[in-house]
Ligand binder design. Structure first.
Ligand code: FAD
Length: 323
């Protein structure tokens, strides 16, 4: 791939678009690992997203990788040979829409770059309930929709009424999906090559004091239970399927196998929360992947349950990481 030619063409097509060359992905992932991406684009608005996609996809045949805050990403130490398109400080519109067809409910529209923390705080300010669980999830609306992020019994899919995205590759631009499909840590966007532009959240009015108290309770529980002092990507593995109708939790299985504190290089199974792998300093992606493989193998050997990663990988193709 001629990245210089693509870079020059993007510059020409979208002069005000923020573009970076050989950008270390470690700066954009909460694990703080990952080598460079040849080009990173940081669009500020929908027009710039469309400019990036039309040049990359239609002229160069390059499928970009879309990302938010990188809080669920593991990127190879060698980097990833791709055009990363990051929705972050741009695409950060947040608004309360006028009352609509659903009496008693209100809709908040949020751009994909809005953080889930800001979104849930905004809902609180409007006296709207239903997003309290999202406050401590460090991702963006785009990544949250894609992953159907959730915590403490709530999931974004429960309150999303529509999602607008740009399908890729396509000359037809923004499409709106009303009532998109969600399941546990899964959205229909995982099967589409779309860039998520914004989402609408349908919420019920609530008592602001109760909403605030719930948010504080969740935040307190996170501080007590999660190793927030170290870089990580949150839960490393998904919750496995129930066994004999009973829920099974990855963290409990890992703990039960005595794996808290297991270390490979700078990566460690958190001593505070077995569901987290943390970067204790200078961890490489290779350390993290090797540790994940050891955890998965030990848990399978001792319990017969296969753990599936929740984190998404980038740049592992051809490196023999057969996770
Ligand atoms: C300390 C900590 C705690 C966490 N707690 C939770 C938790 O309680 N619950 C939970 O569900 N998760 C949790 N996470 C994981 C993570 O925050 C969520 O998965 C979050 O939704 C990821 O959002 P992001 O913006 O960082 O996405 P990224 O990590 O940047 O991307 C994740 C995926 O979404 C896709 N994506 C991102 N933006 C877009 C877009 N605009 N268009 C199309 N695709 C896009 C990417 O391609 C990628 O496949 C935690 C992580 C950390 C570090």
């Amino acid at each position: 791939m001629n990245w210089n030619a693509l870079y020059d063409r993007l510059r020409e097509q979208a002069p005000s678009l923020e573009l970076r060359r050989e950008e270390p992905m470690s700066r954009h992932t909460s694990f703080q690992v990952g080598g460079p991406a040849p080009i990173m684009a940081l669009p500020k608005n929908e027009e710039e997203v469309q400019q990036v996609l039309s040049v990359a996809v239609l002229e160069f045949g390059v499928k970009p990788f879309f990302m938010g805050r990188g809080t669920n990403l593991l990127v190879s130490d060698q980097g990833a040979d791709l055009l990363a398109v990051k929705a972050y400080d741009g695409l950060n519109r947040l608004e309360l829409l006028p009352e609509g067809e659903w009496p008693g409910r209100r809709t908040i529209a949020a751009g994909s770059g809005v953080s889930l923390a800001r979104l849930s705080k905004f809902a609180l300010e409007q006296g709207l309930a239903g997003l309290e669980f999202a406050q401590g999830i460090p991702g963006s609306v785009g990544g949250g929709v894609y992953m159907n992020a959730g915590a403490y019994g709530g999931e974004l899919g429960q309150v999303i009424s529509s999602v607008s995205s740009v399908s890729c590759p396509s000359e037809e631009f923004v499409r709106e999906y009303v009532n998109p499909q969600f399941s546990y840590r899964h959205s229909q966007f995982q099967e589409q090559d779309d860039f998520i532009l914004r989402a609408c959240f349908s919420l019920e009015p609530g008592d602001p004091a109760e909403i605030k108290a719930k948010m504080e309770d969740f935040a307190q529980r996170r501080r007590e239970k999660q190793p927030l002092e170290y870089p990580s990507a949150g839960s490393t593995f998904k919750r496995p399927a129930p066994v004999d109708g009973r829920p099974v939790y990855a963290a409990a299985l890992i703990d039960q196998c005595g794996l808290k504190g297991l270390t490979v290089g700078g990566a460690q199974v958190s001593e505070k929360h077995a569901g987290f792998i943390v970067n204790r300093g200078r961890a490489t992606c290779k350390d993290i992947i090797e540790l994940m493989a050891q955890v998965r193998d030990r848990v399978f050997k001792e319990t017969g349950i296969t753990l599936e990663p929740e984190v998404r990988y980038l740049g592992m193709e051809g490196e023999g990481w057969n996770f």
